[in-house]
Design a protein around this ligand. Sequence first.
Ligand code: DGY
Length: 327
Amino acid sequence: MKVFINKRIPEIGINMLKEAGLEVFIPDHDNLSREEWLSYCKSHDMILSVGAEFKYDKDFFNECPNVKAIALYSVGFDHVDIQEANSRKIPVGNTPDVLSKATSDIAFLLMQSVARRASYNFEKVKVGNWGDFDPLHALGQELYGKTLGIFGLGRIGFEMAKKSKAAFDMNIIYHNRHRNQEAENELGAKYVSFEELISRSDVLSIHANFKEEQKELFNADVFKEMKENAIFINTARGGFHNQKDLYDALAEHKIWGAGLDVTNPEPIFKDDPILELSNVCVLPHIGSATVEARNGMAKIAAENLIAFSKGEKMPACINPEVYSEKS
Ligand code: DGY
């Protein structure tokens, strides 16, 4: 069976696929046009999909009837129409767990960076403005004993809550589709309504899977209900927040600051005014960018395709219902 990988991934995954007897094709350049990408997809049985620029929607599935399995090189799957995959009984795999620590590390880093105004101070140093000791200038806020609100308390949210509890003894509140018993028992996390989450959080951090119906859920109406000292963190998907509304809330000091590893749109425009604000830290979607996480993702993606090629269930499958429907 033939596997198409649209961008080079760590060798460990490529070697696993080859050792399992699969034929692997990786184009010699990264910036494929949609036409090039589609033509490669059409001539392969399985896809190991890197990045989210290409959508696996109805058009894709109609145009590529030979594709039998997709392994995403990501935990997020908002670029895949799962219903369409289901209707064609195509299993779609993702890469949970291996990136939870790395991604929550970035949320934790952004929280501290914004609280202590690291970007602002670094900019000052870079332009030669170290400044004299000033008891009143550029003061941050401490996180000890503050309330961390988690929107979407799954694996990554749990890791963020665990670190924040251990480091700063933060109180954890959360809003989720389901209660998270482990977080309630181990971290004393309290389930709250969405309204309570936004009005009580000193730090509000998004860790949910993005769905279209949640588009720009965090908008002016929400920012105006948040505390003045609140820090907004988004390491999940940029689509969760309305960036203009976030800019306004930050510029008018309705909230304290924001740390973003994802933006709306993504990539962010170079001249986006939010980049001019001193209470913001923006990173270019590097949540899973560690050697350990990226190797782990390569391994799981390969395991998913190898299992499929042997007629077995993918170990990390987003739509396991395709298997029960088959039997
Ligand atoms: C993920 O795994 O979903 C990361 O956001 C990278 O896309």
